[in-house]
Design a protein around this ligand. Structure first.
Ligand code: PGA
Length: 252
């Protein structure tokens, strides 16, 4: 297995450039002291990409965005392109986060456009999928995962999946303090793995599957101990350099 990947999704935080740069510097210092085996990524808000990129320059920590436009430039108000991301030193983007789906009406078609463009322009993608509590209780969790994967990965060739990572993020676990158990996550990851293998064959073998949803220093060790879990996408606990660095240590 490739090394585990621990990615910080800062969402719409912190408030200022200075705080963003300071947090990035603290994380960098913590990660460099560890000299551990896990790969680390930070996804700040778009307006902080340059400052965080500066703070990370020369380090092994990857910089990413929380979304990405599907064209390189032009009349797309509110969007950030892969060229802009790369210019800031960025290497990856998060796509299809449940908050984008729920609050900004991003559907499979939009996510699929973003995803194809990102991968084909050399930006690594962390595609988020996950069911709501109601869907889980109705026994539909796997159906939803299959549907979201099918929609987001439409028209992708086996060659395209090289830069792909999936994050299983059950909506009921995001920001709630109720993480999925390692068994629940492991089961979902196995399903995702099977879906990818079926669609892309051996090309999908290196695709990492991260877990996201209330990952914190208390529950991370048991999650990372599960064979199917290749890392974590972390919201709340990534805003504190010490907790985030602890997660990186536990993943190493
Ligand atoms: P959380 O967020 O760690 O705060 O639950 C995870 C995410 O939304 O990526």
């Amino acid at each position: 297995m490739a090394s585990r990947w621990v990615v910080a999704n800062w969402k719409m935080n912190p408030r200022t450039r200075a705080e963003a740069a300071a947090l990035a510097r603290e994380v960098r210092q913590g990660v460099e002291e560890l000299a551990g085996g896990a790969q680390v990524g930070l996804a700040p808000p778009a307006c902080f990409l340059y400052d965080v990129g500066e703070a990370l320059r020369g380090s092994s920590i990857l910089l990413g965005s929380q979304n990405l436009g599907w064209e390189e430039s032009g009349a797309f108000t509110g969007e950030v392109s892969s060229a802009m991301l790369r210019d800031a030193g960025g290497a990856f983007t998060i796509l299809g986060h449940s908050e984008r789906r729920a609050h900004f009406a991003e559907n499979s078609e939009i996510i699929n456009r973003r995803l194809k463009h990102a991968l084909r322009s050399g930006v690594q993608v962390i595609l988020c999928v996950g069911e709501t509590l109601r869907q889980r209780e109705a026994g539909l969790a796997f159906t939803i995962l299959d549907e979201q994967l099918r929609g987001a990965l439409l028209d992708l060739s086996p060659g395209d999946v090289k830069g792909l990572t999936i994050a299983y993020e059950p909506v009921w676990a995001i920001g709630t303090g109720h993480n999925a158990t390692p068994e629940q996550a492991g089961e979902a990851h196995a399903r995702i793995r099977a879906y990818l293998k079926n669609g892309f064959g051996e090309a999908a073998a290196p695709v990492r599957i991260l877990y996201g949803g209330s990952v914190n220093p208390e529950n991370a060790a048991s999650l990372f101990a599960h064979l199917e879990i290749d890392g974590a996408l972390v919201g709340g606990a990534s805003l504190n350099a010490r907790s985030f660095t602890t997660l990186v240590r536990l993943a190493s």
